[in-house]
Design a protein around this ligand. Structure first.
Ligand SMILES: [Zn+2]
Length: 310
């Protein structure tokens, strides 16, 4: 009896994400054929919309996340960052981004910010708080000119990563700017030809991109690095709590970071290795129920960031 409603809910969530995305292509027919052509591709989720670009969400009902039966990342995550595109060989383009993201992922695990994800569970336990960082990869071949498809990103992950593991999370940073895309980043899940199912994510280059800029005024990072850090926190948080896109999201398909996008509670968060970052918080059902969170862009007080809001 329970299975049918759950299956329908999942289908609606996936469609909503796809249609919202194709709406930015200004050509409904092209969007439709793309949807059909990429039917075998993994769906996108946790799309980090640029400021002001998130689709309107219907109001009403509980804003809390609900559990849809799938796994969470109980072992935490094993991360191999991948930098894709010829510009990554240019030191003035790369700047502090590769070293900064290594520091970001190295300090993420067991930080108070990471702990904003651990209230969520599957049938075997909570989201894990360990984050291990493996080899950093640079692929100087041409990266896709847009972020509209998941399959090329999954293929890059499967062919580039040193260690493909089921608790792996492979963030792919391309050197191409966002252009007119409405989103800064997304995450997904897919299976490589060796049979391993992995989590992966896509990130535009955010240099000079006001629509994806957290406006970190700390002076600790370049603007482009600060932009990537904020969206990287968003996507890894969603991968931890909804790795297969069938665990924790709300009635509108929004995952824990989606619900607090572009809402900041603490000016600067300190990670386990002492590095400091300006990152949006994540939705906490417990904080919303207890009235202890800070408000998201809809005024719902369910966001925590591990800084002033735990
Ligand atoms: Zn998201």
């Amino acid at each position: 009896m329970m299975r049918l409603p759950i299956a329908i809910t999942v289908a609606v969530v996936v469609c909503a994400v796809e249609v919202a995305l194709s709406g930015y292509q200004n050509d409904p027919k092209r969007g439709q054929s793309q949807l059909q052509a990429r039917a075998p591709e993994p769906p996108m989720a946790g799309i980090h919309w640029a400021r002001g670009r998130a689709p309107a969400r219907p109001r009403g009902g509980s804003p809390n996340l609900t559990y849809h039966g799938g796994p969470v990342m109980r072992q935490g995550a094993y991360v191999e960052p991948i930098y894709w595109g010829a510009r990554w060989s240019n030191s003035s383009f790369a700047g502090d981004k590769i070293s900064g993201l290594l520091s970001f992922y190295s300090g993420f695990g067991r930080s108070d910010y990471d702990a904003t994800n651990t209230e969520y569970t599957d049938s075997s336990g909570h989201v894990g708080s360990a984050v291990a960082v493996g080899v950093t990869h640079t692929d100087l071949s041409a990266a896709p000119s847009n972020g509209n498809r998941t399959a090329p990103i999954l293929a890059e992950v499967c062919s580039t990563a040193s260690s493909l593991v089921t608790n792996g999370y492979y963030p792919v940073y391309v050197d191409t700017p966002r252009g007119h895309a409405g989103f800064c980043a997304w995450h997904s899940v897919g299976t490589c030809s060796n049979g391993t199912t992995v989590q992966f994510a896509f990130f535009f280059n955010l240099d000079g991109d006001a629509g994806c800029d957290p406006e970190d005024s700390s002076g600790r990072h370049s603007q482009g690095m600060a932009g990537l850090a904020n969206v990287s926190g968003h996507e890894l948080s969603e991968a931890l709590t909804d790795p297969h896109l069938n665990a924790w999201y709300d009635a509108n398909g929004q995952e824990n970071a989606d619900k607090c996008a572009w809402a900041f509670g603490t000016p600067l968060l300190t990670f386990a290795n002492g590095s400091q970052w300006k990152i949006q918080g994540n939705w906490s059902n417990a904080a919303f129920n207890g009235g202890t969170g800070y408000p998201n862009s809809s005024g719902q007080k369910g966001c925590i960031d591990g800084g002033n809001f735990k």
